[in-house]
Ligand binder design. Structure first.
Ligand code: FES
Ligand code: FES
Length: 154
């Protein structure tokens, strides 16, 4: 075990864990930020997506020891009041079904729109391609990303 100092959702936090502990489990089990989900554990589903310095990453694949002073943002920290343009678009399109994959979808979409504020349908499909939704909400996800791209203030 070792102590790791992390910046998560703008707060300085420290955890005492094995250095190989995936960031996903530090967030969920130690920091109680359970909006980030465990799907596959092998980088194949996107349920565990968070931002590291604004980039979408799969937290199941990131050992806590490699986070260092990179800033972690989870779905809980994406906006103060759930009013990020992507979250608003998700509500507008009533995207979730069971909801399990949705925080990962939203975090992927938010990071994508920062890098491409006016994406084509094909670019949206390609950006969201690695995030699996067992409920098949893909059509609504695509529409919501398009809406968010129009409404965003980045
Ligand atoms: S749980 Fe990390 S990609 Fe599936
Ligand atoms: S909404 Fe159920 S897995 Fe995506």
């Amino acid at each position: 075990m070792a102590e790791f100092n992390l910046t998560v959702n703008g707060k300085q936090l420290s955890v005492d864990v094995d250095q190989n502990t995936p960031l996903l489990w530090v967030l969920r089990d130690h920091l109680k930020l359970v909006g980030t989900k465990y799907g596959c554990g092998i980088a194949q589903c996107g349920a565990c997506t968070v931002h590291l310095n604004g980039n979408a990453v799969r937290s199941c694949q990131i050992p806590v020891s490699s986070v260092k002073d990179n800033e972690v943002t989870t779905i809980e920290g994406l906006s103060e009041n759930g009013d990020h343009p992507v979250q608003q678009a998700w509500l507008e399109h009533d995207v979730p079904q069971c909801g399990y994959c949705q925080s990962g979808q939203i975090m992927t979409a938010a990071a994508f729109l920062k890098s491409n504020s006016n994406p084509s349908e094909e670019q949206i499909e390609s950006a969201m391609n690695g995030n699996i939704c067992r409920c098949g909400t893909y059509t609504r996800i695509k529409a919501a990303v398009k809406t968010a791209s129009k409404n965003q203030i980045v």
